[in-house]
Structure formats: C-alpha cells, structure tokens
Ligand binder design. Structure first.
Ligand code: ARG
Ligand code: ZN
Length: 896
C-alpha cells in the first residue's frame, strides 16, 4: 500500500452512525485453522430513510448475508474496500451474516489469533472487523450474547465477556459455552479466549455489599506466579471504591495472560487480556520493577472498567478521554500504594518516587515526540492508521493534562468533577470536551466569572510549552516579583504551514516555593492564604505576581511536583541549585535541582569530548552527591533516584545537533568520576544495604533498599574498583531473588567484557531457559550492553530461543538495541539493520513494525553523518513495495 492511496481520517468529519444495534448475537465454531462466525444483528434506523448500512470487515471470507431471514444474492449487497454495504428498506430489521477467519495465519495479533495452543482476541482499536462484519466504531454500543463451540480437549475453557449462561456437550463431540454481557459496549471491548488454563480466584464483597469473583487465568504450571496479580486486582477494586466511589459492576472479573500480545494489556469488559509480562511474577523470576509494573497495569485495566467502558469514546480522536484519565488514575493508585502507612514528609517522598519515574518517562518518550515529525495534540486532528496513535502523547501527556485539572481543582474539586462526569455521561460514548465541561462546572463554582477556555487548548495544541521565569527582588520594599512568560512554538506539520500562526497561550498551573539563603522555606501570601507552595495560574502570554514580606533575595523552587508538562527556562546559579539539592522541601523539585546540576556538567563534557583531556567534574557536584548518599533522612528509593544521573538518551536530546557518541562518552565519564570520587562511600552503603535472607516481598521499603544496593554496585563497577567485580559475581550467584540476581548480572555485563560475565550469562540461560519472561531479560541485557554490535544482535537472532513473531522477544532484543543502545545502533550498520528489521517485522505484524519504525523520528536533529544515514534508511523503508498502512504513515511523516 502506498501513502498517496491511504486516506486520511479527520476529526472534523465525524458523523453519527445512522443505525442502532441494540442486540448482537455471535456464534463461533472455533478452530485454529479456520473459525466460522455466525452473527445476528438487531438493527434500528435512527437517521433518515434510504441510508445504506455500512459494515467493516478485514481478511474475512463472506459466506452468506440474510436480511430478515431472507438470504441476499450477491447483487443485493456491495462488497468493496473492506466495506460491506446493505440497502435496507425498513426501519428495523435483523441481519444475519456468516463468515470465516483464519486465526493461525493471523500474525498481526489483531482480531482472533493463536498464541501457543490457545485462542485470544485483541479488538481495540479496529480488530473486531477481523472477526466479523460490523460497524467497528466506538459509538455503536450493543448487548452481546456469545456462543462458543470447540473441541473440549484442545479448548476445555471457553470465555467471553459478562456472565456464563450455560455450558453443554454437543452431539458432535464438541462442547459449547454461552456468555451474555449485560452492559452495552462498543465492539472494541469484545473478547473471547479458548484453551487450557490454570485459574487462581478470590471472592470479594464490594462496598455496596455485592458478591463478585476475581479470577486470574494463566498457562498451566504458572499458577504459582499469579498471587501478586490477584492481590493487585483486589487492591485495585478497593482503591477505586475508596478514592473515586466507583464500584465493580460485574459478578465476575477475569484477567487472562497471553504470551503473544502487542501491547501491555486490554480492558475488554469483564475479560481483560494481558501480556503475560504484566501478570506473572514470583521472587525468583521477577524483579521489583516488574512487580510494580504489574500493579500499575492491573490497576490501569481495572480502572478502565469505569473510565473507558462505562463511559467510552465517541470516536478514536477522543482516545485520551479514556487513556489519559486512566493513566492518571493508575499513577495515583501506584503512588498511594507506595505511601501506604506513611505520613507527612515520608509519604510525600514516597509519592515523589513515583512522580519522578513518571516524569522521566514523559521526558524520554513524550517530549521528543512533541518535538518531532509525529507531534500531535493529545486529541489528534487526523490519522491514517489509528494504531499509530497509541502514543506517549495520548497516554502520558494526556495523563498530565488530567493531573493539571486535579491540581487546579484540588482533590475534592476533582472528585466532584468526576462525579458530575458520570452523572452526565454514564453509559454513553463521549468526547474529551465533555470531560472538561464536567470539570469546568466545578471550576466555575470555585472561581466565579472564570472558565477553562484557555485550558481546553491543551487538547488541540501540540508541542511542549516553554515557561520563562524572571525573579526580581526589591530589598527596600521587601517584595519579590515573579514573572512567568509562555512560548508555544510550531511543531511537526505545523512548521510546514505558512504563514506560521501564532499559537495562543495555555492555562498553566505553576507551583512555586521560595527558600531563603539558609534553605528555609519562606511563607508566601497568595489568594488570601499563607503557604509554602503557591499555585500560580498562568493563562496569558506573560503575568507577574508580587510577594511581600520577603526578608532577603530568595532562591525559587520552580514547577514543584512538576505541576505542568512544560520546559522551564530560567537563569540559575550553580550555588542556587546546590542549595535546592540540600534543602528543597518539595522532593520532586529537589531531585530536579540535582538533575539540572548533573545535566549542566554532562553538557559541558559533551562539548569537550574531542579534547585531549576530559575535564574534571566540578567538586561541588561530587560534594552534593556525597551528602545525599550519606543523608540519613532520605529513603533508599528516593536516594536511588536522586543519585542516578540523567540517562544517555535524555542527554542526547539536549545536545544540538544531536551527537550520540558525545552523549555516550560524557555519560560514562561522569559516572566513572562519581564512582571513583565516592568509592569508599558506595562501598560502605553497599555493605549496609545488603539484604538479609528473610522472606522476600516487593514492598517499597525493601525494594528501595535493593535498588540503592544495586546502584552502589553500578558506580563501583563504573569506577573499576578492585572489589567491584568479585562483589558482582558473589551477588549474582548468591542471590535469593531476581532483583539482586539481575543487579549482579547487569553490573557484570555492562561493565566488564570478561570471562566472568560470559560465564554468568551462560549460567543464567541454563537456569532459566524454560521461563520466557526471564529469557526476555537475558536478551534485553545483552542488547543494551556497551560492547554489543549489530553482529552480536544478528548472532543472538539465530539463537533457537529467538523469534520475531513473539512481540516480547522482538522488543527485548531488537527494540532494546535500536532504541536504547546508543553506542551500538548509531552506526551505519546499525541504521541498516534497523531498516531491515522494520521491513521484516512489517510483513508479520504492522503495529509492532510501526513502533520500531519510529526509533529515529528525530533524525533531522542529528549531526550530518548520522542524519544522512538515518534518512537513507527511512527512504529505503518507504520504497519497499508492500508496506502496511501503519509503517507507511510513520515513514512518510518522518521524511516530510
Ligand atoms: N486500551 C489498551 C490500554 O491502554 C491498549 C490497547 C491498544 N491496542 C492496540 N492494539 N493498539 O489499556
Ligand atoms: Zn488504557
């Protein structure tokens, strides 16, 4: 397929569907090679007479169509370009369609597909049309009744959405199960699962005293690894009741783990299907971060039951309505779990750990997207392939836009807004604007005469705003004025439009504190209250606020808790950053000050990379690092964040032109110097943070301790300390959990190309070859190791355990190398390899290929040699004769 032939869908072209489909009945004759689907649709016209009924279908064989029981001849319907058109003559009728699909041949993992010896579905966004002919759009909501028939030996368990009505053995030796979902839903929330599974379950009683059964299904033999997932699910149910007053509306809520899955997981009504990486964990095979990721994804999919399923999207341009909101909810769930049982500053620091991780993700994944050729507002204006818009912008920036509404309204106000949203829209398919309107109804009560008009622009403007801060202190009047100015530059395709339209200002909540020269917080009067942190609502190009009773020139603590997804431009002395690093009471801003210090140092290093002698690291940075490392008041988890230098990728983003070799070199230089200068401290903290042999739990305290322990080892290895390698070897072989084991192994593999590291890698493979999720880690570790070249990756691809068809495996080896191994991939062989893999993957799985195709979105910002080679790679992909719509959209935008 070629770009000029791919239609572009625009948000403004939305038209309501002219028919209602109150009831859908589906019968499946399940078979991996060929599955027959009989559908019966009850249809009612809503619009004018004589409107054709258009149904979507893809890769289906149409067997028959009947209208009100009469089979139509081929002249009575139209079948063209994946659309089946019927010409009904009455206002209400039934349509019966029989068609075939081929699950075993479906390597796209959209629609009905085979994974191992089981059958799964993935319908969001447009996979249902690969199962049966249907108006496959989110604003068509129906009640589903589903009959599944299959061979009981191969498929003993038959699951679909809702409640199990009956099970029976059939005369032909097959068995069947009938499911009915009482909640009307769009087709993207349909699911079925068939196969042999183990189940772990728990009965619960909801807040409203309803009984419900929670179930986790997984491959037989892996039921020992689903305890944590079930525990997370129980806590998710309780959390949504307590924090949002939202109760489970089903008798039965099922989660099923699949080995082959394109994304993280899917919130199908009552039957969530998960990538097994976000379900399975035990202490021997999963790291602490895997445990936290499972908690986040279980929470996320469960929370969709209200934000996504009860209230869904009118069209796919509204995707962030459910995704931004649900990511915000899962972030808050995770933060609340970390802060459980804590209060005051300790709770704040525990929550900050989550905030730091989320902001780092935003900066690594979303900021570059917002500055590159795929830049789009959180509510995109157009697309060619919706599968390409499950992006960091829609998800992560979308969550920031929800978080800003929470920050502006406060917890109680936000809750009132959510209540109003459900009061207005429960059971409907709505828009992002409907959400903001519900929130605005609360905002107007709080701020008579104001509105959220400027805030709404967050939904229509792409790009990361820059906020410039100027501070002016007047010693005579003891006043300090703070001026904020915002700049919203043209990004992505906007830059091709001429004349460049000025972009209007956004509503930016900017949290600010002031410290005195001793590092003490200065109380600030604002809005009739006195507080250490004030929220400035910037709604114009530039505004000034004046604070009085400021005894001396203050040091500002800016954008506390990252109150808006913006870049702050400010001139700051090193000394101010050092003061903030020691004293800022906002744990996020404190971390930020340390990051800024390190970033400045790193940028200075990148500039001197060509020089003979690399400059020494500023002793004040080393001093700051040392103080933080030895600070007894900081939690280990927080310390790990504050003592980690920005990643190579973050640094690369800040070089101009982007220079991967310089970024890699500077990063390594800084970490070696920090390792050497503080070697004895790393060593003593390493020894003091050693785990005891008591029972492993993934709780925040002990996992924080393990993360600090591993960080110390990392710096010791970076320094080439004589004790480091023996410690890593001992930690690897002596570990009693995967976090410690991976810590030891990655220290070995990342820092020493030695016989010990090869031995440990071999040992690891021998030990874990039966566990695919662990072998993913084995591939990923090697893919990201410093000495790894294209040759290494190619020989790993020949390993019997490698397969391009399994998305987790492809991600762990190929994506890991292409996206995270800056040293290995930014070579001419690296770019060539990448282009080859995009093309190869595209023949199997367009959605996954299109993600890999985005690895060099920002090619135009690189140094000339890199830039030309990346461009050549993109052009080679674009010229390939059989590109999917997915990849074609990505490369044509990149080359624009
Ligand atoms: N709604 C899912 C989630 O975020 C993501 C599914 C996306 N699927 C896809 N094939 N793009 O929870
Ligand atoms: Zn989601």
């Amino acid at each position: 397929m070629h770009t000029d032939t791919v239609p572009t869908i625009s948000r403004h072209d939305y038209q309501p569907y002219p028919y209602h489909l109150p009831r859908v009945s589906l019968e499946f004759d399940l078979n991996a090679a060929q599955t027959r689907v009989h559908s019966r649709l009850d249809v009612e016209r809503v619009g004018d007479e004589n409107q054709p009924l258009r149904l979507n279908g893809q890769d289906l064989v149409l067997e028959s169509v009947a209208l009100d029981g009469r089979t139509l001849s081929a002249e009575e319907y139209q079948l063209q370009d994946e659309i089946l058109t019927i010409f009904p003559t009455s206002a209400s009728f039934t349509l019966q369609i029989t068609s075939l699909c081929k699950p075993a041949e479906n390597s796209s993992l959209m629609g009905l597909y085979v994974s191992g010896d089981k059958l799964f579905t993935q319908c969001e966004a447009e996979g249902f049309r690969r199962i049966t002919w249907f108006p496959d759009r989110p604003d068509v909501m129906s009640r589903y009744r589903v009959t599944l028939r299959a061979d009981p030996k191969q498929y003993p368990l038959l699951l679909s959405n809702g409640n199990l009505l009956e099970e029976a053995d059939l005369p032909d030796g097959r068995h069947e199960a009938v499911w009915e979902d009482p909640h009307p839903k769009p087709s993207y929330l349909f699911a079925l699962v068939a196969g042999d599974f183990a189940c772990r379950e728990q009965a619960i009683t909801t807040q409203g005293k309803r009984d419900a059964l929670l179930q986790i299904y997984s491959d037989r033999g892996s039921e020992t690894k689903t305890e944590w997932a079930l525990d997370c699910l129980v806590r998710s149910v309780q959390w949504d009741e307590q924090r949002f007053g939202l109760e489970l509306d089903l008798d039965r809520f099922m989660v099923v783990a699949a080995r082959d899955f394109n994304m993280g997981a899917m919130e199908n009504k009552g039957l969530n299907i998960f990538n097994s990486a976000y379900v399975l964990a035990d202490k021997d095979s999963a790291t602490d971060s895997a445990y936290r990721a499972i908690e986040a994804v279980i929470g996320h999919e469960y929370f969709h039951n209200w934000t996504g399923n009860r209230v869904t999207c009118r069209d796919w341009f509204q995707l962030s309505l459910k995704e931004g909101l649900t990511v915000f909810r899962d972030q808050e769930f995770s933060a609340d779990m970390l802060a459980q049982d804590l209060s005051g500053a300790e709770a704040a620091s525990a929550r900050a750990v989550k905030r730091i991780d989320d902001v780092s993700t935003l900066r690594i994944a979303q900021f570059p997207e917002d500055a590159g050729p795929m830049a789009h507002p959180i509510r995109p204006e157009s697309y060619q392939e919706i599968g390409n818009f499950y992006t960091a912008t829609v998800y992560e920036k979308g969550a920031e836009v929800i978080r800003m509404q929470h920050t502006i309204l406060g917890e109680a106000g936000f809750r009132a807004g959510i209540d109003e949203y459900f009061r207005r829209h429960d059971g409907a398919a709505v828009t992002c604007d409907d959400f903001v309107s519900a929130m605005e109804s609360v905002y107007i009560q709080q701020n008579p005469g104001k509105d959220l008009d400027a805030f709404r622009r967050w939904y229509s403007q792409a790009g990361t705003p820059r906020v410039k801060v100027d501070l002016d202190y007047n010693a005579e009047t003891r006043t300090c004025s703070i001026t904020l100015g915002q700049r919203n530059e043209a990004v992505g395709i906007e830059r091709l439009q001429s004349p460049l339209l000025p972009k209007p200002p956004l509503h930016i909540p900017f949290a600010l504190g002031l410290l005195d020269q001793q590092g003490k917080a200065i109380p600030l009067e604002h809005d009739g209250k006195t507080a250490e942190t004030v929220l400035l609502e910037l709604t114009e190009e530039q505004q000034t606020w004046v604070f009085s009773n400021i005894p001396q020139k203050p040091v500002p603590s800016l954008l506390r808790n990252f109150s808006a997804p913006v870049i702050v431009d400010v001139e700051r002395q090193e000394a101010d950053l050092i003061l903030l690093a020691q004293h800022d009471t906002d744990p996020f801003a404190r971390w930020e000050a340390v990051q800024e210090l390190a970033t400045r140092q790193l940028l200075a290093l990148t500039r001197s990379v060509g020089e003979e002698q690399q400059p020494e690291v500023d002793p004040r940075i080393i001093e700051t690092w040392k103080r933080l490392l030895l600070d007894a008041d900081l939690s280990a988890a927080y310390k790990t964040r504050i003592l980690s230098q920005p990643t190579e990728k973050e640094l690369l983003e800040k070089t101009s032109p982007m220079d991967p070799a310089a970024a890699v070199k500077a990063s390594r230089h800084l970490r070696r110097q920090l390792g050497e200068a503080l070697a004895s401290d790393w060593l003593s903290v390493y020894r003091n943070s050693a785990g005891s042999d008591e029972q492993y739990t993934p709780d925040p305290l002990s996992s924080g301790r393990r993360s600090l322990h591993n960080l110390c080892l990392y710096y010791l290895m970076a320094a080439g300390h004589p004790e480091a390698k023996p410690l890593a070897v001992a930690q690897y072989y002596g570990a009693t959990n995967m976090t410690d084991r991976m810590g030891g192994l990655s220290a070995l593999v990342h820092f020493s190309n030695s016989p010990e590291s090869q031995e440990a890698l071999n040992h690891f493979y021998e030990q874990w070859q039966q566990d695919p999720l662990v072998i993913d880690k084995w591939f990923a570790l090697q893919a990201s190791a410093p000495g790894t070249t294209v040759e290494t990756i190619k020989s790993l691809m020949l390993h019997p355990a490698f397969s391009l068809r399994n998305p987790n495996r492809a991600r762990s080896l190929i994506f890991q190398f292409c996206m995270n191994n800056l040293q290995g991939v930014h070579t001419s062989e690296g770019y060539e390899f990448w282009a080859d893999q995009v093309i190869a993957l595209d023949q199997l799985n367009p959605e996954i290929a299109a993600r890999l195709a985005r690895a060099f979105d920002s090619w135009a910002r690189f140094t000339a040699t890199n830039r030309d080679a990346m461009q050549a790679g993109l052009q080679r992909i674009q010229q390939h004769p059989t590109l999917s719509r997915n990849v074609s959209e990505i490369v044509s935008k990149a080359l624009n």
